[in-house]
Design a protein around this ligand. Structure first.
Ligand SMILES: Nc1ncnc2c1ncn2[C@@H]1O[C@H](COP(=O)(O)OP(=O)(O)OP(=O)(O)O)[C@@H](O)[C@H]1O
Ligand SMILES: [Mg+2]
Length: 223
């Protein structure tokens, strides 16, 4: 398939590590620069537990008018891996639908901000991982990770997995980054930068209700 003109694919070291917040902050940074931004998430699961599902926060941050289905073609109630949530609903996630929906979203805007599901090796279908989708979309990765204990290993594993598929990684973003980082957190940042050979950015605690108060993630202002 033809690559999408400009954008990023936000993955993370796992589930609940800040992918949506990082993707939303990138989308907001671009929208504040008056760029038109589309967002995409291959599948949303756990709808039954969420006050504001990922596709809604992404849409709000981007100032997008995309429909739910245009952002996230597969949406399921149970908090499960997408391939299992689809199976429980008697469905199968079709990689071609994902590629087409992402391409259409990218065509409708100047920049496309995608959020993965869970970590980079999560199956979307039994034979199609989040990493395969990132490769097919041809977008550079951004890796969301926690600042604290355990993050060096999780982040370096993710970078190694990206590298094994020849995926470019633009940056790691540690989130939420405290106002006064501990010695461990500061050291984690430096160690990931040195061992991962990748820029490591930080995102402070954001008031998710008010995107207009968010500080820009400068590195993404000119995507
Ligand atoms: N910079 C931040 N500001 C405010 N909240 C944050 C920040 N970073 C992470 N969080 C909080 O951490 C939790 C997980 O973040 P988020 O929903 O972005 O993770 P995720 O990786 O997208 O999860 P999922 O795997 O479910 O998609 C949320 O409660 C979110 O509000
Ligand atoms: Mg998310």
């Amino acid at each position: 398939m033809e690559g999408i003109a400009a954008g990023v694919f936000v993955t993370g070291t796992g589930t609940e590590v800040g992918k949506t917040v990082v993707a939303a902050a990138i989308a907001r940074t671009l929208a504040a620069e008056r760029r038109s931004v589309a967002v995409f998430k291959p599948a949303v699961t756990g709808l039954e537990d969420r006050v504001e599902p990922d596709h809604e926060l992404l849409r709000r941050a981007a100032g997008s008018t995309q429909s739910d289905a245009e952002i996230a073609p597969y949406r399921y109630d149970p908090p499960a891996s997408p391939h299992l949530a689809a199976a429980l609903a008697g469905e199968r996630i079709d990689p071609e639908v994902l590629r087409e929906t992402a391409r259409a979203a990218g065509e409708g805007a100047e920049v496309l901000v995608c959020e993965g599901v869970g970590g980079i090796l999560v199956p979307l279908a039994t034979d199609y991982l989040v990493r395969d989708l990132a490769v097919d979309l041809g977008l550079p990765l951004v890796v969301a990770a926690s600042p604290g204990l355990g993050t060096i290993n999780h982040t370096l594993l993710t970078l190694e997995s990206a590298s094994a598929a020849d995926l470019e990684v633009s940056a790691v973003v540690l989130t939420p980054w405290p106002e006064q980082p501990t010695e461990l957190e500061s050291s984690n940042r430096e160690t990931i930068e040195a061992l991962g050979r990748v820029p490591v950015l930080t995102l402070p605690q954001l008031n998710l209700a008010a995107p207009d108060t968010w500080p820009p993630l400068q590195a993404f202002g000119s995507l």
